[in-house]
Design a binder for this molecule. Sequence first.
Ligand code: HEM
Length: 175
Amino acid sequence: MVLHWLIALGMICNVALALSADYLPDDWVRPVIDLHKSIGITVLGLAIVRILWRVTHKPPPLPEHFPRWERAAAHAAHVLLYVLIFALPISGWLHDSAWKDAATHPMSLFHIVPWFRLGFIMDLPPALKEHLHDVFGAIHTAFGYVLYVVLALHILGALKHELIDRESVLRRMLP
Ligand code: HEM
């Protein structure tokens, strides 16, 4: 539960920070993107812990009387969300490591912990790096779009059980 809500909070903050960057005063953009990167790397760490937890702790099954299609849809959304909590930070990290100014703008998590970029990307020739910067940026954005859709379905599913079926699955995720 703790990992679920921490990761959810991190993902939602990061979407809000990234989408607001275009509307902020110029001198806010760099600190906001730096915070986005710090939260993103933290989410990646939490996602690794979550997978380790998941393989050693079986979650309680969904109620048997839920229709099969609902259980299958919930399962598919969960699998996709697990993929996205890795795919979003990793694609962002790749995108950032291919940034031409990466070497002169060292990364640090929350201005506390110095953090590394991916050396095998940083060492590529500048023209290829520039190209990859665009490619990884487009992939990062595309994963963002997938997240909006899957997250909306995930929340709508939980609300359906809460408000229409009157059988809360949300309570399973609360202490
Ligand atoms: C929780 C994980 C993350 C989420 C949910 C996320 C989400 C997003 C979204 C939605 C965008 C806006 C894309 C667009 O519409 O153009 C974005 C942009 C960006 N992200 Fe991430 N991201 C995550 C992690 C990271 C990480 C770990 C890094 C780098 C270490 C990173 C670096 C960037 C950069 C540099 C941009 C472009 C910002 C700009 O110049 O406008 N992201 N991210």
